[in-house]
Design a protein around this ligand. Structure first.
Ligand SMILES: [Zn+2]
Length: 396
């Protein structure tokens, strides 16, 4: 309540000036009273001598979000009368210490200020705070990038301490680094490496698995099991949805909106990481256990858009999961077999091969004239497995 509100958060510096008219401004006991405002507590940076008359106040908001008031006073005899000069000093600007004197001394800009400035220089600055995600890529040229002992040194920057999320095998060569700032304000660096012999020689597939996307549990297998996306992740996602609704009710651009936006961004990031963690573990265990995994080459955007499932599908990151699974199988000389997405995996009976003309989304159990009674998703996964095996034999 106490501070003037500026319409824009985008323009980082704003100010306005009020002139003293009939005592509408009042400075007393470290409180400043401006027209149309409650008295605001201020820090006075110098004593106001007696007899000085307040003429105007300029209130400004610095890019840091702090408020400053410059007080203009009317005073008589502020400048002393000129006197004869006897002691002279020569002074020049200097990079180190700010200025150097004819006496041989330097001003000695304090070391802890210098350290603070270095800290400021540490992170790349992006021109806009408005666009929440920004990134830039630097290519390795003549060793201008250096990764050592958990420190990353980029061109024109001080070394930055980083958290490495996986071990870098020996012999890998750093090719480029992409630094990005997430909407939450955190910085990430993606390192691209060049390595040889990453993919093992292809071997013959014996153990096959069929897999299909499922709204519940993320995916379902031809074995009848489901991936079982953890419940506490789901709860976190529900909480995120709640925070997002809160955000939509905030007035755009307001303080609460900015605060809530940051909160949502942080939450989003947390959930993204939880999901990634789950996907890494699941794709790792599948790549270990099977020689070939058969999947439907889904057009995920098509599904999300066309059937009004909402954002859930893309959020589940099934596509991201498939690409993880793909490279993990590849590394082991195994296969990710993609079945055409127009192959009617859900309409065909996985036992007798009969194809239904219609199958409503609400029919969760697949019932066939041959007596087959199966979970709809499992039936589809079995069909994908059969089709994948057929494709593998044709190619082998
Ligand atoms: Zn059948």
């Amino acid at each position: 309540m106490g501070f003037p509100h500026y319409k824009s958060k985008k323009h980082s510096r704003k100010s306005y000036t009020t002139n003293m008219v009939n005592g509408n401004i009042c400075l007393q006991d470290r409180f400043l009273k401006l027209p149309k405002m409650q008295p605001v507590k201020i820090k006075l940076h110098r004593m106001i001598p007696e007899g000085w008359k307040l003429k105007s106040v300029t209130v400004s908001r610095e890019p840091s979000g702090k408020y400053f008031a410059s007080l203009l006073f009317d005073c008589e005899n502020q400048t002393a009368e000129k006197r004869q000069a006897e002691k002279f000093l020569g002074m020049d600007f200097a990079m180190h210490g700010m200025c150097v004197f004819s006496t041989g001394e330097r001003a000695g800009y304090p070391m802890f200020y210098r350290n603070a400035e270095k800290k400021l220089a540490r992170f790349p600055h992006y021109k806009s705070k408005k666009h929440s995600r920004k990134s830039y890529t630097t290519n390795m040229v003549n060793g201008n990038i250096c990764l050592q002992d958990r420190f990353l040194k980029l061109p024109k920057m001080q070394p930055v301490k980083i958290k490495l999320h996986r071990m870098i095998p020996e012999g890998w060569k750093l090719k480029s680094v992409t630094v990005s700032r997430e909407p939450s304000g955190k910085y990430f660096a993606s390192l691209l490496f060049d390595c040889e012999n990453q993919t093992a020689e292809k071997r013959q597939a014996e153990k096959f698995l069929g897999m299909d996307f499922a709204m519940h549990g993320m995916c379902v297998f031809s074995t009848g099991e489901r991936a079982g996306y953890p419940m506490f992740y789901l709860n976190a996602e529900k909480k995120l949805a709640r925070e997002q609704r809160k955000l939509s009710r905030c007035e755009k651009g307001s303080r609460n909106y900015q605060k809530q936006k940051k909160k949502v961004a942080l939450y989003h990031e947390k959930i993204k990481n939880q999901r990634k963690d789950f996907q890494h573990k699941l794709s790792h265990s599948l790549a270990e256990d099977y020689d070939a995994v058969c999947v439907e080459d889904l057009n995920l955007k098509g599904i999300a858009g066309g059937l009004h499932f909402g954002k859930g599908i893309q959020d589940n990151g099934y596509g991201q999961f498939l690409s993880m699974l793909g490279y993990k199988l590849e590394e082991r000389g195994k296969y990710l077999i993609k079945v055409d997405r127009y192959f009617a995996s859900s309409k065909i009976c996985s036992v007798c091969g009969h194809k239904k003309k219609e199958l409503a989304l609400s029919e969760r159990i697949y019932l066939c004239e041959c007596g087959n009674r199966m979970d709809r998703d499992v039936n589809a996964a079995v069909n994908i497995l059969k089709e994948g095996k057929r494709i593998y034999k044709k190619c082998a």
